[in-house]
Design a protein around this ligand. Structure first.
Ligand code: ASP
Length: 322
């Protein structure tokens, strides 16, 4: 049996390596390395893939560098609407929440839906009520405010109200902010996939969505099979990118289907989805995946993707650029 492994992402997008500061890059590298290490630790203790991905995504939500939880982008109303999803490849159980504004860690709410509800997805106030009843930490909506994201909203709205995927802005912005990925051209969704010592797969994804998105818009992140999918028979996948295209291509499930019905390897299936099928519809971004044999893939068709992985017993490996 393969060694347990965790893979994480912190979003994909356009890159402006030339203008990045060494300090900012270090911040990302340290954050990613620490979160991979915490997943490895859980798996090394015999913890489940489900626990490892939940914990990794919770830590990514807590880190303001990433567009999920604290650090999430703003809607066109200047509010935050967060989406998250988690799936257990062992049972095909899944839990998701969408359009939530008061749950500190949407991924914990998704996990509670998976564990404590006969349903798969709750949305908006109903999701918040469910989370509160489950004893999860609630926060005032301004908890999610960060100045950098607010400036991003102002730029998007000044530019004829574009809806941007935590991206699509002028790269001069990254000159001033020293963000290795142009902060306006970055998909900031976060995610994790893992294989545990029992051979179980799990996936989790969480996002603030797109800067200046229309209130009520839900992307691929909380949609089983688009932003998140796990099945012990095949693969666990977490996506980041132009959500509408990941939804229309059912991207995460497509990787699984290509493996299950098409006999493709993990590498072939993920390349086909990211480099062919998404691109054909103008989709940009990437995904992370681990198959039941412990093979991993981290393909992206954008210029960069914050990412990292670690097999139990090995050092964590992280990357930003191609
Ligand atoms: N996929 C996310 C969405 O469309 C955005 C992202 O990955 O950053 O909401």
């Amino acid at each position: 049996m393969s060694k347990p492994v965790i893979v994480i992402h912190g979003g994909a997008g356009a890159i402006t390596r030339a203008v990045m500061s060494a300090e900012k890059e270090q911040e990302f590298i340290q954050a990613l390395s620490a979160i991979v290490a915490s997943g490895q630790h859980i798996l090394a203790q015999g913890g489940s893939a489900l626990d490892a991905v939940t914990q990794a995504v919770r830590l990514l939500e807590e880190c303001p560098l990433f567009n999920a939880g604290k650090g999430a982008v703003f809607t066109n109303r200047g509010t935050h609407e967060l989406d998250a999803c988690v799936m257990d490849g062992r049972t095909l159980d899944a839990g998701a929440v969408s359009c939530v504004s008061r749950i500190r860690n949407p991924i914990l709410a998704a996990r509670a839906v998976l564990e404590s509800s006969p349903h798969v997805m709750f949305t908006a106030e109903g999701a918040e009520q469910f989370a509160q009843n489950q004893g999860l930490e609630m926060v005032p909506p301004d908890y999610f405010y960060t100045e950098a994201r607010y400036q991003q909203l102002q730029r998007a709205q000044a530019d004829e109200g574009r809806v941007v995927l935590d991206h699509d802005g002028a790269s001069e912005q990254s000159l001033s902010q020293n963000d290795p990925l142009d902060p306006d051209r970055k998909f900031g969704t976060v995610g994790a996939v893992a294989l545990d010592a029992q051979g179980n797969l799990a996936a989790a994804t969480s996002t603030g969505g797109m800067t200046n998105k229309q209130a009520g818009r839900v992307g691929d992140t909380p949609i089983i099979g688009a932003g998140c999918y796990a099945n012990n028979a095949t693969v666990a996948v977490s996506s980041t990118g132009t959500g509408e295209i990941f939804m229309r291509t059912v991207a995460a499930y497509d990787v699984s289907a290509l493996m299950e019905y098409g006999g493709l390897s993990l590498q072939q299936a993920t390349d086909k989805v990211v480099m062919e099928k998404l691109l054909a519809l103008g989709g940009s971004g990437g995904l992370i995946a681990v198959d039941r044999d412990g093979n991993i893939a981290l393909p992206f068709n954008s210029e960069g993707m914050y990412r990292g992985f670690g097999y139990v017993g090995d050092a964590a490996s992280v990357g930003i650029y191609r």
